[in-house]
Design a protein around this ligand. Structure first.
Ligand SMILES: Nc1ncnc2c1ncn2[C@@H]1O[C@H](COP(=O)(O)OP(=O)(O)OP(=O)(O)O)[C@@H](O)[C@H]1O
Length: 829
């Protein structure tokens, strides 16, 4: 697509965003009580933001104007953050991680695919070099230490001489046998032909009969082919089969991809031009206008000083650096007003602090006094949207868009390079700020001298950044820093990285994308919920959650810092549902490092208490410095075992149990580190400590019919199999209820051998082949799935939801409160 097209897309998206922002500001005014109504509103916002996100992501990836990209990036991060905020609101409202929007999608005339959370390409694009470099180093270290998995797989086994001779003999005899068989066949055919010729030579050939025979065979063959073709055409016409070139990549798509690549190159070029221009323009401005700006500022400030002296009779106090220096003087206020404002602001702050303290004390007292009745009243308060950090970012971005880009005439900027006028304006402001700092220093001194000369007063030295509070702050910081001592201050990050790789704690990630996680949508979720049936989440619902909680925050520092923080994630589900695959996908999509702290992997490494501390310190240090990072704890239930099985006691699986909450405390919003636990048996863990560590728990289900259908189809195709009408996928999906993706992959690999793939041309694949191979595997039984569900019901979120549903059955929140009250009474009795 052309630049004009992407510009148009941007303008349209921006208009849609402006409308949404207007609605958001209206909505905060009217608080509501009805939960269904609130959810519908939240969901509608969520869906609309996702649409905007999808468009903006596409535009940001392809637009080549560097200044527009800076603004779009800011808005894009804002939209991502807002989506996470809305998701958080929905989770708090409905007390479940999974939400279904099929009814709203129907109203908005959208397909479920349009709700997919895209992964912004800039996550990887912008640090491609770094990631590639790190991968190289990792591969090098693994190769040096002989730990490289790929090398291990391809390593050659040494043969003994006898074995080698035997192998060669077998091969040679087979070759001779084949050659002899070929000779024998040729001799036999020669003899046969000679015999036939002798026989025919005696008879006179009936030409007409021969021609008839040939005609019969040919016509049969021809008609057969024609009928088959007609049948296929009819199926296509009826829409039962896809058209013949349906799966072929069309020439237009190939051309479009070429254009995309070209645009990528142009984008990089324009970006570089912009960067160089930033430096040169600033340098030029400094040369041309620097002296003038300096002189103007000095004149202005001198004028201000004299004015003040004329008005008040005294020389003014020069504004301090932390107050913004002389910049605040010229914000359309008189100097006296400025001074008064400063004093008033300080007083107000003091007041607020005192009020807050008082309120806190009051609240505590009231809480202590409050009975259950008052609590019910609190519960019944109308719902209000939590304050948003990202709305402001988006509004700022929108305003810049309206002021600068909305009506800009770009007819002269066909190549879409940077705009020098805008850049000059920005740099001029920057330069002014820099010069102002210098001028302030000079003028402060000048004012001091004038005061001394005129008033003969002894001026107290101006304190720059030496507030009492400031002192305390730095002290406090020092104290805290002292606490988390750097145990490896003398070592470079490269050496720590190498150590972790050698110890097997930092592992290579598999190259899988989140889009490789195949599945289907749940089309009836909202309908089932309306009739009080809790639907099983679909695989794509899980994929969405991983994108929201894992990929987006890890990919964008802005989002991670300001969106609701998710430090730890638990993926619980039966074996083979793709938990590990999802962990690897998070890393691949964000270019994150993968640390493996599974109980089995850390057994025997860094022994002792000090060793453990050192291990955690090194892991966190490397993870922080080379962020984003994922700390994976496989079979994480082992860390929280209720009782450690005898066979595993040697491994000390609970080593990390006490450390994990501490690690979570150490993680700050600007540390893009995510702890991901995976478990097949969460029921073996102590639920309380387990749930305290894992902030978000995602149950990964086994695939349903629709997902199994697409899984069979796509996994067979990925392994080189061809889907023909002879392969009954529907039947395969139906009879494989209970089997997981892992089983499907295993069976497809076993069936589709090289030989079988070659045979496909004349012997198409059949469902029975796969079913036979599946028969030796155990499915996930209903009981296992139920045990996962009942375990989830015991988690904090599960409990809260169950409680809410119980209240919901009888009616509103008041009833909920009454029930609670009754329960309490009973307990007292
Ligand atoms: N949705 C999916 N689409 C495609 N392939 C999948 C999907 N889910 C899982 N797989 C494949 O299934 C296999 C098993 O997945 P994985 O090892 O991640 O499962 P797991 O839940 O971690 O298993 P376990 O608990 O036994 O360790 C992998 O080859 C993975 O690529």
């Amino acid at each position: 697509m052309s630049s004009a097209m992407y510009n148009k897309m941007w303008h349209q998206t921006q208009e849609a965003l402006n409308c949404l922002l207007d609605k958001e500001s209206q909505k905060t005014v009217e608080p509501h009580r009805n939960q269904v109504f609130i959810f519908q509103k939240l969901a509608t916002f969520y869906i609309k933001y996702v649409q905007i996100f999808r468009n903006l992501e596409n535009v940001y990836d392809q637009i080549i104007h560097p200044q527009k990209r800076i603004l779009i990036r800011k808005i894009l991060d804002g939209v991502m953050g807002r989506i996470l905020e809305l998701k958080n609101e929905m989770v708090e409202l409905e007390l479940t991680e999974f939400h279904y929007f099929d009814d709203i999608l129907q109203d908005l005339k959208l397909a479920p695919q349009q709700l997919d959370i895209p992964i912004p390409k800039y996550f990887l694009k912008e640090k491609l070099e770094v990631i590639k470099g790190r991968e190289k180093i990792l591969a090098q270290i693994l190769a040096d230490t002989g730990l490289d998995m790929r090398e291990m797989k391809s390593s050659v086994k040494a043969f003994s001489i006898e074995q080698a001779v035997k192998l060669i003999q077998i091969a040679e005899r087979a070759r001779q046998g084949r050659l002899r068989a070929l000779f024998m066949k040729q001799i036999f055919l020669q003899e046969y032909r000679a015999r036939q010729a002798r026989l025919l030579g005696e008879k006179v050939a009936d030409v007409a009969a021969a021609a008839l025979r040939i005609q019969k065979v040919w016509r049969g063959f021809h008609q057969n082919k024609k009928t088959k073709r007609d049948r296929e055409d009819e199926m296509v016409f009826l829409g039962m089969n896809p058209p013949p070139l349906f799966n072929e990549v069309s020439a237009t798509v190939i051309e479009a991809e070429k254009v995309t690549r070209l645009r990528d190159e142009l984008q990089i070029k324009h970006e570089e031009d912009y960067k160089t221009a930033m430096n040169t323009i600033k340098g030029n401005l400094q040369l041309m206008e620097g002296a003038d700006i300096k002189e103007n500022l000095r004149d202005q400030i001198r004028h201000w000083i004299i004015e003040c002296r004329n008005l008040t009779g005294t020389f003014p106090e020069y504004p301090k650096v932390e107050e913004g220096g002389s910049a605040i003087i010229f914000s359309n206020k008189t100097p006296q007003q400025v001074i008064e404002d400063i004093i008033a602001a300080q007083e107000e702050e003091e007041k607020k602090r005192k009020e807050k303290k008082k309120e806190k004390q009051k609240d505590q007292k009231v809480k202590e006094k409050k009975g259950p009745k008052e609590k019910i009243k609190e519960e019944d308060e109308p719902w209000k949207m939590s304050p948003s950090v990202f709305l402001q970012t988006m509004e700022e971005g929108s305003n810049i868009y309206k002021d600068m880009w909305k009506n800009k005439d770009e007819s002269l900027n066909f190549p879409q390079g940077y705009d020098p006028e805008i850049l000059k304006e920005e740099k001029r402001k920057e330069l002014e700020v820099e010069i102002r700092v210098q001028v302030d220093e000079l003028m402060r001194q000048e004012l001091k001298n004038i005061k001394l000369a005129v008033n003969k007063e002894k001026e107290l030295p101006v304190r720059i950044g030496k507030k009492k509070g400031g002192k305390n702050k730095t002290k406090g910081k020092k104290g805290r820093r002292g606490k988390d001592k750097d145990l490896t201050a003398d070592r470079t990050i490269e050496s720590l990285y190498k150590e972790l790789v050698e110890e097997g704690l930092l592992v290579q990630t598999l190259k899988v994308n989140l889009s490789d996680y195949i599945g289907e949508y749940s089309y009836l979720g909202a309908t089932l919920r309306r009739v009080s049936i809790e639907p099983m989440p679909s695989l794509l619902d899980v994929r969405q959650l991983i994108a929201l909680y894992g990929v987006l925050p890890l990919g964008s520092a802005e989002v991670h810092e300001n969106a609701p923080l998710v430090k730890s994630l638990l993926l619980a589900g039966p074996s083979g549902v793709g938990k590990k695959m999802l962990v690897h996908a998070i890393c691949s999509e964000t270019g994150a490092n993968l640390f493996n702290l599974s109980a089995e992997n850390i057994a025997g490494k860094y022994p002792g208490k000090n060793g453990l501390q050192m291990m955690i310190h090194v892991v966190l240090k490397v993870a922080r410095q080379l962020q984003p990072s994922v700390v994976w704890i496989g079979d994480t239930e082992k860390t929280f075992y209720k009782r450690v099985p005898n066979a595993e006691k040697m491994n000390e699986p609970k080593r990390l149990k006490k450390q994990l909450p501490k690690i979570l405390k150490l993680l700050k919003p600007n540390d893009r580190i995510l702890i991901v636990g995976t478990t097949r048996r969460p029921f073996d863990a102590e639920i309380q400590s387990f749930c305290r560590v894992y902030q978000k728990i995602i149950l990964v289900p086994r695939p349903d019919y629709a997902s199994r259908y697409v899984l069979w189809q796509q996994i067979i195709q990925r392994h080189g199999g061809a889907i023909t009408s002879a392969l009954n996928l529907s039947c395969l999906a139906k009879v494989t209820d209970g089997f997981t993706q892992g089983h499907i992959v295993q069976v497809v690999k076993a069936v589709l051998t090289d030989r079988r793939l070659r045979q496909q041309v004349y012997k198409p694949l059949m469902a029975t082949e796969f079913i036979t191979a599946l028969s030796s595997l155990d499915p996930v039984y209903q009981e296992e799935e139920d045990s996962f569900k009942s375990w989830y019901a015991k988690t904090p979120m599960g409990k809260r939801r169950a409680l809410a549903l119980m209240g919901g059955n009888t009616g509103n929140a008041k009833d909920k409160g009454q029930k609670k009250g009754k329960k309490e009474k009973k307990k007292k009795k």
